[in-house]
Design a protein around this ligand. Structure first.
Ligand code: PMP
Length: 284
């Protein structure tokens, strides 16, 4: 269950957690027309805060609307929200959605609302340090002309939810989704990397979310002189990998020990990058 905090920010006001509700005819509730972010604060400092708020703006632009608060203003809200809730290590969830002025598919005549919540969320996966198990997902990431694939948009998460539900029901931690071409894409809330013969690989993010954690890992790998290649990866290639790991704000860096019925060992590159990431997020 979610670990409640005291205040949530909505449309310029900090209000009690219990009062942060929306109307039943909210456009986004019916048509999935909103955008959101997931951020983490470590020791009171939000990791890549500006990048997250910029992505919120970009996601809204892809969905034909504008966030009525600048990136700078959202940064201030996030910092103030943490302070008011007396939180140092916490997850933050900004969200922007369309209101209830018009019922119908078109969102252009509805108001835009913005909210932000924060709470303590220690780990996305049960952390027993044994690594995570992925099943192959039953749904594909769609082509860029079939869905606004580069936006972190609410509506797109329905297939992720179905894949994640199935994974948990089947005893896995998450599902690995392929894209519309059959290449390895991402998990339901994280990006994926593999290591083969000392080279680090990750799929080209042309039809799924280009994670902010993914980018941080690429920079850490480059700084550590780990050879890195971004390329289309076939399912048969990832099954031959020496190491596999996933990255995401909520998930952080997690070694993968199983995909389908294929097992993997936790390897030195994943464990090293996991440690480096842990240090980086807490760097003053
Ligand atoms: N893919 C999906 C579908 C996600 O929901 C997330 C989490 N935002 C990611 C990848 C990783 O993105 P980030 O590293 O920016 O959290």
């Amino acid at each position: 269950m979610i670990d409640k905090s005291e205040f949530i920010w909505i449309d310029g006001k900090f209000i009690p957690w219990e009062e942060a509700n929306v109307h039943i005819l909210t456009h986004t509730l019916h048509y999935g027309s909103g955008v959101f972010e997931g951020e983490r604060a470590y020791g009171g400092k939000i990791f890549k805060m500006t990048e997250h708020h910029q992505r919120l703006h970009d996601s809204a632009a892809i969905l034909d609307f504008k966030i009525p608060y600048s990136v700078q203003e959202l940064n201030q809200v996030a910092e103030e929200l943490l302070k008011r809730n007396h939180l140092l290590d916490a997850y933050l969830r900004p969200i922007a959605w369309h209101g209830n002025e018009a019922v119908g598919v078109c969102s252009l005549k509805t108001s835009v609302h913005v909210g932000m919540a924060t709470w303590v969320w220690h780990s996305y996966f049960p952390l027993d340090h044994k690594g995570i198990k992925l099943m192959w997902a039953e749904w594909l990431r769609p082509a860029p002309n079939m869905a606004p694939v580069l936006a972190k948009a609410n509506g797109q998460y329905i297939t992720n939810t179905l894949c994640k539900n199935k994974a948990e029901l089947m005893g896995f931690h998450d599902a690995l989704m392929l894209d519309y071409r059959g290449y390895v894409a991402e998990c339901t809330g994280s990006n994926i990397f593999m290591v083969k013969n000392g080279v680090l690989y990750t799929p080209i993010a042309d039809c799924f979310l280009k994670g902010i954690t993914r980018q941080a890992i690429v920079e850490l790998a480059k700084a550590s002189q780990i050879p890195f290649v971004e390329k289309y990866i076939l399912p048969s290639e990832i099954l031959l990998a020496d190491e596999v790991f996933i990255t995401g704000t909520a998930a952080e860096v997690q070694p993968v020990v199983q995909i389908g019925n294929q097992e993997f060992q936790q390897g030195p590159i994943a464990l090293d990058l996991m440690k480096q990431y842990r240090d980086l997020v807490r760097k003053p």
